[in-house]
Design a protein around this ligand. Structure first.
Ligand code: KG4
Ligand code: ZN
Length: 345
């Protein structure tokens, strides 16, 4: 009997992904790297707000409390059981060591008990890969701006899982600057979304804040001078007995951050000769930033990609996407996989 001319059906690759690097306990199931079957996020924000920022020890404890429930929910919503899963992807760095450890230990335990292969994923690779979820046509190479609470990186995405960092922040990350300025004007934690909202009522040209350039590398960022300028402005208003228009401060600060991010990013896209540009990370959910990139990219003939806000802030679906491409590349981790708080991209 001759062989069938039909190729055997490729089996679906189903990744169970776990993310616990900061203050979100998250699990997701991703099919064939691009289709999100479930995306469960338990956010601890309310818990940390009273302390004005993330308290690492509290974050770790809450992760332990929530992680099993979140994983079970992710499998249930995907209408799958562990037996259907091809590989388990988990964020193993960078992040808070105690928080990361919860996800890593959980993933190792499930892998050990079930025999399902384990794939460790870099958190930033996850953020970048969030762009693949809703843009089926997006493939490397492209330039990506990653702006989160801990990172402001300009990255050339050479291939899936292959990155070159061409610019980074010299001091504060963009999200960190949002959080610090928000605290200074009494908005509380997390500052990004609150400044985003308040800025809509303010005048972005009301106060002239600095746009820092870094002499040694045109793609690097620096936000600490801007943060100090805002604090100085608030102090001088207080000394003069003037009331501060917080909406104007929020809008003017936000514009200063966005101007620098847009200018450096699109300069890199042109200089490196790319036609595609993407954004990622919590700050990428900022509405004015998205508008600014949309307009500038359209003007310069660059195709602009951005994830929906839910895939910008920490989630496990993005880890499932990055984990899929690692899995395809043959990456498998052993039970000695450890949390690496300062993991390099
Ligand atoms: O990516 P992410 O969820 O966690 C990290 O990996 O750090 O980013 C969190 C950061 C916080 O600093 C938060 O203030 C900022 O992203 N963020 C925003 C917005 N939403 C979150 N910044 C500006 N505008 C927003 N809408
Ligand atoms: Zn993140």
């Amino acid at each position: 009997m001759g062989g069938s001319i039909l190729e055997p059906m490729e089996k679906d690759v189903l990744i169970l992904a776990i993310e616990s690097s900061c203050d979100e306990t998250a699990a997701a199931v991703v099919k064939n790297g691009r289709e999100v079957l479930s995306n469960v996020i338990y956010t601890q924000i309310a818990l940390h707000t009273q302390f004005g920022g993330v308290v690492p020890e509290i974050a770790s404890r809450k992760h332990i409390e929530k992680i099993n429930q979140v994983i079970e929910q992710a499998l249930t919503e995907a209408k799958l059981t562990l037996q259907d899963i091809t590989a388990i992807a988990v964020t193993y760095g960078p992040g808070l060591v105690g928080a990361l450890l919860v996800g890593v230990a959980e993933a190792k335990a499930i892998s050990f008990a079930s025999g399902i292969p384990l794939v460790g994923v870099h958190h930033i690779s996850g953020h970048i890969s969030a762009n693949y979820i809703e843009h089926a046509e997006l493939e490397p190479p492209f330039v990506c701006l990653v702006a989160s609470g801990g990172h402001s990186h300009l990255v050339v995405v050479k291939d899936y899982g292959e990155y070159e960092i061409i610019g980074r922040t010299r001091d504060d990350a963009a999200g960190e600057a949002f959080d610090k300025v928000a605290r200074a004007i009494g908005l509380g934690y997390p500052g990004g979304p609150k400044i985003d909202q308040l800025a809509k009522e303010g005048n972005p040209d009301a106060i002239s804040f600095p746009r820092a350039k870094v002499a040694e590398n045109e793609y690097d960022f620096s936000f600490s001078g801007l943060k100090s300028a805002v604090l100085n402005y608030l102090n001088s208003c207080q000394m003069k007995g003037e009331t501060v228009k917080t909406a104007d401060v929020a809008a003017s600060f936000q514009k200063a951050v966005i101007d620098v991010l847009v200018e450096h990013s699109l300069h890199a896209v042109k200089q490196f000769g790319f036609s595609k540009f993407a954004i990622a990370g919590g700050v990428a959910s900022n509405s004015s930033l998205r508008k600014a990139f949309e307009q500038e990219c359209a003007r310069q003939g660059i195709r602009f990609y951005h994830p929906s806000p839910i895939y910008c802030t920490d989630n496990a679906a993005m880890i499932g996407v990055a984990g899929y491409y690692e899995y395809l590349a043959g990456v498998r981790h052993g039970y000695d996989l450890n949390a690496v708080p300062n993991l390099k991209l």
